[in-house]
Design a binder for this molecule. Structure first.
Ligand code: ADP
Ligand code: MG
Length: 640
């Protein structure tokens, strides 16, 4: 079976609906307050975080979102799952306490593993204290505890179950519907995994919402009609950082761009402070886990204390430790600078300057650090939205979204964005982009393709994600065969391939041969996802290789065209030998050889030159043959 041939299409068939232009893409309307969603059920908002998770609702009386607080007085539930010897799970603060005692049975940061294969995380695998199964395949990874295997979906489901239980206990009613947030950079696989966890936990996940969008909603930004704003959402959590640029107009949210670092957060600050304390203590065994953990906890305590005080003093094993704010600030300054660099990149992607940003929303526990606020404020040159608890704001926004879905709020539209371009493999291994990166979703795009060989009965549809010109440099998401195309000459079948990304960011690809009506559809649920860094790396690569890519693409296109020309010429010679002189055959063959040689030399200009020569030589014969055929027809043989 041959890969798609787009070449013919470019000449004969115009795309039916090419990726929509930026201008009208923002107008894809979703009515999220449809009748079927009108319900009296409580729909909760859930922030399923890397470090902490929480559940929130909009109060019926005050209409204000609140985070649900259990008897422990805490709203945050550490995203940690501990399993005892009998595989009974324990979630939250109680699980966190087991980190030292039973690290191999205490799973933290499961969110980092969502939608990933072992290959995706292998370079970080050593940093996990628990056992990640390496089956060396592209399938979803698993964590082994005792004799059991858990997928990240199972683990997240445990956390969601705990949140559901808490919510039910507080509200005294059953909770079956939820809105769950994910980072803006989460891909299809990660979103799908999050949705599946919800299902496993007994929750009907009505919507997956981007965290920055939720944070803006919590502040009521963009809620009123005819309001237009561009917002930066700066989210520094426990282990991850991201910044998103949102544009809101008439209640429609669009994510312009997103950048970040999935290994940068409050934990890094703790590590720096712990190292600082270590220098004040007599040297200890590096493998003394208990001591290291104590040091880390003290470091976090110091960090939090310094958010409101100038000086921290304490003891470890009777030894005094101290740190002042100035020392802390100089320790973490490089981290903060790195986040600002991401802000710069996000602005660049959105082609904006800081003065074009109307509001800056602060999200994540680590934005409580005064130096962080100060630097972000001066970077954007504006006051910050930081009045709400930064570690609750995402859940509060999810609750606002839940309230909209419940029909309690006016219609609101939410649009998100695709982080990488989506496309198909065409002839010669070229990437043909159907949905460009940073397109707002939901969106759809389609294009027609045709066959390359006479009687070609099938077509391989390979879906890729990435910015490079050759698919081999991009990431394959899915592949399927459209079979049963009735025998037709090459170039005649019209295969329309459509991409549809729904509001949750899940991609559906369908292919239909228009003449025969045969059709096939797949939902792309990639088996594993990309990390934020990988996405960034792919973008960087596409920039560094842009020049090579253009050259390669030109060569591939020339080669494809020349190969097709050789095939056609050969068929022609065979068919009409009797109408050509020996000399004519010989000269044509010689020119064909020159084309073949040029292809072999991988010389684009030469290929094009030799193709022209071959064309010049063979055109007169071709015309003669055509004339003869025409005369034949004119003789009335076929005309009754
Ligand atoms: P995530 O979104 O990754 O789940 P959170 O938004 O809950 O995480 O942020 C957790 C981080 O916030 C932790 O590193 C924690 O130490 C840090 N943090 C919480 N309170 C403070 C504070 N008062 N000062 C500094 N950092 C804080
Ligand atoms: Mg968070």
């Amino acid at each position: 079976m041959k890969a798609l041939s787009k070449k013919n299409l470019v000449k004969h068939i115009q795309p039916t609906f090419a990726p929509k232009s930026k201008k009208n893409m923002g107008k894809v309307a979703i009515n999220i307050a449809t009748g079927s969603l009108q319900t009296k059920d409580t729909i909760v908002g859930i922030d399923l975080g890397t470090t902490n998770s929480l559940i929130a609702i909009v109060r019926e009386d005050t209409k204000a979102p609140i985070a649900l607080r259990e008897i422990d007085g805490l709203t945050l539930v550490p995203s940690i799952v501990y399993f005892d010897e009998f595989n009974n799970p324990l979630v939250g603060t109680a699980a966190r306490e087991k980190l030292i005692e039973a690290p191999e049975r205490t799973i933290y940061s499961a969110k980092r593993l969502m939608g990933k294969s072992y290959k995706d995380v292998s370079e970080h695998a050593a940093s996990f204290a628990y056992k990640i199964i390496d089956d060396n395949t592209d399938s979803l990874l698993k964590v082994q505890v005792n004799d059991k295997f858990y997928t990240p979906i199972d683990l997240s489901a445990e956390i969601l179950r705990e949140l559901k239980k808490r919510g039910e206990h507080i509200l005294k009613t059953s909770i079956t519907k939820a809105v769950i947030t994910v980072p803006a950079y989460f891909n299809d696989a990660q979103r799908q995994a999050t949705r599946d966890s919800g299902k496993l936990a007994g929750l009907d996940v009505l919507r997956i919402v981007n965290e920055p969008t939720a944070a803006s909603l919590a502040y009521g930004l963009g809620v009123s009609a005819d309001e237009e704003k561009t917002i930066a959402v700066y989210d520094l959590g426990g282990g991850t950082f991201d910044v998103s640029i949102l544009h809101i107009i008439n209640g429609i949210f669009e994510v312009y761009s997103t950048h970040g670092d999935t290994y940068l957060g409050g934990d890094d600050m703790d590590r720096l402070v712990a190292d600082f304390f270590k220098k004040q203590l007599p040297s200890k065994d590096e493998h003394d886990k208990k001591h290291l953990q104590e040091l880390r906890l003290k470091a976090e305590e110091a960090k939090k204390y310094l958010s409101n005080n100038e000086f921290f003093e304490s003891e470890i094993d009777g030894q005094k430790i101290l740190i002042n704010k100035e020392q802390f600030n100089s320790l973490i300054l490089p981290l903060v600078e790195r986040t600002l660099n991401s802000c710069r990149l996000a602005l660049k992607d959105a082609t904006l300057t800081p003065d074009k940003i109307d509001a800056v929303v602060m999200v994540g526990g680590s934005t409580r650090v005064p130096l962080v606020k100060e630097k972000v404020k001066s970077f954007f040159g504006k006051e910050l939205f930081d009045q709400l608890n930064p570690d609750e704001v995402v859940a509060l926004g999810a609750a606002v979204q839940a309230d909209i879905l419940a029909g309690n709020n006016t219609e609101m539209l939410l649009l998100d964005v695709t982080p990488l371009s989506l496309g198909l493999e065409t002839m010669g291994g070229l990437m043909d982009v159907l949905i460009p990166r940073n397109s707002k979703i939901p969106t759809k795009a389609g294009r027609q393709y045709t066959t390359q060989k006479d009687g070609q009965g099938g077509m391989r549809i390979s879906v890729f994600q990435g910015e490079r010109d050759l698919v081999q440099d991009n990431r394959k998401l899915a592949e399927f065969n459209l079979t049963g195309i009735p025998a037709m000459p090459a170039g005649l079948p019209k295969v329309e391939v459509s991409f549809l990304i729904d509001a949750d960011g899940i991609l559906k690809v369908s292919a239909k041969e228009l003449r025969s009506g045969i059709q096939q559809t797949i939902e792309v649920k990639p088996q594993y996802g990309l990390t934020d860094e990988q996405v960034e790396q792919m973008l960087m690569d596409s920039l560094t290789h842009a020049k090579d890519d253009i050259a390669t693409r030109a060569l591939v296109e020339a080669t494809t065209e020349a190969t097709q020309m050789l095939e056609t010429t050969e068929t022609f010679l065979e068919k009409h030998k009797d109408m050509l002189t020996e000399e004519e055959v010989n000269i044509t063959m010689a020119k064909m050889k020159d084309v073949t040689q040029a292809i072999f030399n991988k010389n684009k200009n030469l290929i094009q030159k030799e193709m022209e020569t071959l064309n010049e030589v063979s055109r007169p014969f071709a015309e003669r043959v055509m004339d003869a055929a025409l005369k034949d027809a004119m003789k009335g043989k076929k005309i009754v």
